[in-house]
Design a protein around this ligand. Structure first.
Ligand code: ZN
Ligand code: MN
Length: 467
C-alpha cells in the first residue's frame, strides 16, 4: 500500500515558561543566565516542612492564555502531585494540575492560504518546571556515557503553562503552523517570552499514523522536549516515515517515547511501554483549590487585544495570506499599520515596513509623505529619510525638496551632451548591442548629480538613439 494511503495523527503538548518575577511556589527570583544555584530556597529545594504558596501572576497569565484560546476557565482548579523520581526533582513529585486544570475545551484556528485549520485545545494547565540537569564528560550530552551530572536548581519551580492540543494535526506543516501561531499568540499576550533557544518554549510531540478513512488511533510515539521548529518538523517526518515503513513490512508499532537525533535524522527509543510512567497523581494537600473570581476573569478577558490569527485573516484578504502572515510574525506590523493610518495603502505599507530600516513610529506621518512622493524623489533622499527616521524625528519637507529630475526639457540638453561626448557607444548601440545603454544612463545620472529619474532617462535615450 503506497504511503499516500496513510495519514498522520499528531498532537502537541507545549510548555511555556510564564513571565513572572518569582517562581511558582516560592519567592526566589527568576533570572535567565544567573549563576548556578544562586536562586534557591527551602521551598524549591524541598526541605522538610517547607510549604508552597502559589504565584498569583502565573495564575493570571494562564487564565489570559486560556481565554485567548477560547477555553472554559475553571471555577475550581486543583493542584496535584505528579510523582516520579529524578535528581532534578528534589520533592520527588511535580506540582501540576491533573483532573481539574485551569483551562479546558478551547481551540486555535490557524489561518492558511487554503482557509482555516482548526486545532482543538484539550487543556491548558499550570505547573512547575524541574531543575536543569547537565550531563558532562560524555560525547552526546546525555546521561548515558557521561562522567558525571550536575544539577542547577535555579530553574526548579519556574511557572509553566502546558497547552495540550487535540490530535487534530495531520502533517508536519500543520504542526509547524499551529506552533508558530501559538507562540505568536503567547508572546503578544505578554505571558511568556516563548523562546525555543532559551528553553522557555518546549514541545512534546505525539505522532501516530493510520490508514485514510480508518476510525480511532493506533499506538503513538512521543518525541520529548523538542526545542526547535526545524527539528520538530523533521522529527515528525521521521516518525511518520518509520511508522508507515514498519506497518508496510507487516510489523506492529509499540507506544514509546523517542529521542530525535538531528545529526542522523533518526529516532531512538527512550522508553518503551513496559517502562511507561505511573505518576500516581493525587491532590496536593498543601494547596487549596484555585477559584478565580469572575470579575478577575472578565478583567483579564477585557485586556486581550485583537489576536494574531484574526489580524492575519484581515490583512490576508487584502495582501494575500503569506504576506499577511509574514507581516504579523516578523514584528513589522506596527510600522505598517502606522503608515496605513496616514493614508499609505496596506500593500505598500507592508513592503516598506518589511524592507526599510525599523523607523520610529512617531515618524509615520512624515514618512507617509515620503512614501507617497517616492516616484519623484531621488533614491538618495528616500533612503536618507528612512535612515534618519530610525534615530530621530524627521521632517518630510527636508527630503521632498530633493525631487528627481524628470522634466524632459531639463534633461534633454544633458542627454544631447552625453551622446555627443560618447560617439563610440552610440555607434555600438546602433549596431545592435543595446547593453551599452546602461553606460549612457550612468553618464546622464553622473551629469545630474544622481537627481535624474532613471526611468525617464532610459526612455529619452532610447528615443534619441532610435532617431
Ligand atoms: Zn525557592
Ligand atoms: Mn507538563
Amino acid at each position: 500500500m503506497p504511503a499516500a494511503d496513510w495519514e498522520a495523527v499528531i498532537g502537541l503538548e507545549v510548555h511555556a515558561h510564564l513571565k513572572t518575577r518569582t517562581k511558582m511556589f516560592c519567592r526566589c527570583t527568576l533570572e535567565y543566565g544567573a549563576a548556578e544555584n544562586t536562586s534557591t530556597c527551602p521551598v524549591c529545594l524541598a526541605h522538610p516542612g517547607a510549604l508552597p504558596v502559589p504565584n498569583e501572576r502565573a495564575i493570571e497569565h494562564t487564565i489570559t492564555l486560556g481565554l485567548a484560546l477560547g477555553c472554559e476557565i475553571s471555577e475550581h482548579a486543583i493542584f496535584a502531585r505528579k510523582n516520579y523520581f529524578y535528581p532534578d526533582l528534589p520533592k520527588g513529585y511535580q506540582i501540576s494540575q491533573y483532573e481539574a486544570p485551569l483551562c479546558e475545551h478551547g481551540e486555535l484556528v490557524v489561518p492558511t492560504a487554503d482557509g482555516d485549520e482548526r486545532v482543538g485545545i484539550v487543556r491548558a494547565h499550570l505547573e512547575e518546571d524541574a531543575a536543569k540537569t547537565v550531563h558532562a564528560g560524555g560525547a552526546t550530552g546525555r546521561s548515558v556515557g557521561a562522567d558525571y551530572s550536575l544539577v542547577d536548581f535555579n530553574r526548579g519551580g519556574t511557572p509553566l503553562v502546558e497547552i495540550v492540543s487535540a490530535p487534530d494535526i495531520r502533517s508536519a506543516d500543520e504542526a509547524d503552523r499551529y506552533l508558530r501561531l501559538l507562540r505568536q499568540t503567547i508572546v503578544e499576550l505578554g505571558v511568556s517570552d516563548a523562546e525555543m533557544e532559551k528553553g522557555t518554549l518546549r514541545a512534546d510531540v505525539n505522532v501516530s499514523v493510520r490508514r485514510r478513512g480508518e476510525e480511532g488511533y493506533r499506538p503513538r510515539w512521543e518525541l520529548k522536549n523538542m526545542n526547535s521548529f526545524t527539528f520538530i518538523r523533521r522529527g515528525i517526518e521521521a516518525a511518520i516515515r518509520e511508522q508507515v515503513a514498519a506497518y508496510e513490512r507487516g510489523e506492529e508499532i509499540e507506544q514509546s517515547t523517542y529521542d530525535y537525533d538531528a545529526d542522523t535524522d533518526r529516532l531512538t527509543v527512550h522508553r518503551s511501554k513496559e517502562e511507561a510512567d505511573d505518576y500516581r497523581y493525587f491532590p496536593e494537600p498543601d494547596l487549596v483549590p484555585v477559584e478565580p473570581p469572575r470579575e478577575l476573569v472578565e478583567r483579564l478577558r477585557a485586556a486581550i487585544g485583537e489576536l494574531p490569527a484574526k489580524r492575519i485573516r484581515g490583512y490576508g484578504a487584502e495582501i494575500g495570506h503569506e504576506r499577511a502572515e509574514e507581516l504579523v510574525m516578523t514584528g513589522n506590523e506596527s510600522r505598517a499599520t502606522a503608515l496605513v493610518e496616514h493614508g499609505v495603502p496596506l500593500a505598500t505599507a507592508a513592503n516598506v515596513a518589511m524592507n526599510e530600516p525599523a523607523f520610529r513610529l512617531e515618524n509615520a506621518s512624515e514618512l507617509a509623505k515620503i512614501v507617497s512622493a517616492r516616484d519623484t524623489l531621488t533614491r538618495e533622499a528616500y533612503t536618507a529619510a528612512f535612515a534618519a527616521a530610525v534615530e530621530g524625528v524627521i521632517a518630510a519637507d527636508e527630503y521632498l525638496a530633493q525631487t528627481s529630475l524628470s522634466d524632459e526639457s531639463a534633461l534633454e540638453p544633458v542627454i544631447d551632451a552625453v551622446l555627443a561626448a560618447n560617439p563610440e557607444q552610440v555607434a555600438t548601440y546602433r549596431g545592435g548591442k543595446e547593453g551599452v545603454l546602461g553606460f549612457l544612463v550612468g553618464q546622464v545620472m553622473r551629469e545630474t548629480g544622481g537627481k535624474a529619474d532613471p526611468k525617464v532617462v532610459n526612455r529619452l535615450l532610447r528615443e534619441r538613439l532610435r532617431g
